[in-house]
Ligand binder design. Structure first.
Ligand code: FES
Length: 109
């Protein structure tokens, strides 16, 4: 169950999102993709690829990037930007981890 406190939403247990994987989180802001990146940190970006709407949470995670499962655009999990030569950007969201639980901040940075 998702619990919202002060715009921080509990979205997953750390143990539920293995390293180099992602999962989709459904929020009032739409679908957000949560990733456990190669640097050990969690990142969250919009789930919809800026190319043709592919589900980024189902992409391949490598380092701090995800490769879209549809046409292999590569998006930076920290900035939300597509890797050149592709051009595009998705929104990024603040994430924090406390006591083994991952929280996502909604409603502005
Ligand atoms: S929809 Fe993501 S690369 Fe085309």
């Amino acid at each position: 169950m998702n619990v919202t406190t002060d715009n921080w939403m509990k979205v997953a247990a750390v143990a539920d999102v293995p390293p180099l994987s992602g999962r989709v989180v459904r929020t009032k802001n739409g679908e957000i993709a949560l990733f456990h990146a190669g640097d050990g940190n969690f990142y969250a970006i919009d789930n919809t690829c800026p190319h043709k709407g592919g589900p980024l949470s189902e992409g391949i995670v490598h380092d701090c990037r995800v490769t879209c499962p549809l046409h292999n655009w590569v998006l930076n999990l920290k900035t939300g930007e597509a890797q050149a030569p592709d051009e595009g950007k998705v929104a990024t969201y603040q994430v924090k981890v406390e006591d083994g639980v991952v929280y996502l901040k909604l409603g502005g940075a």
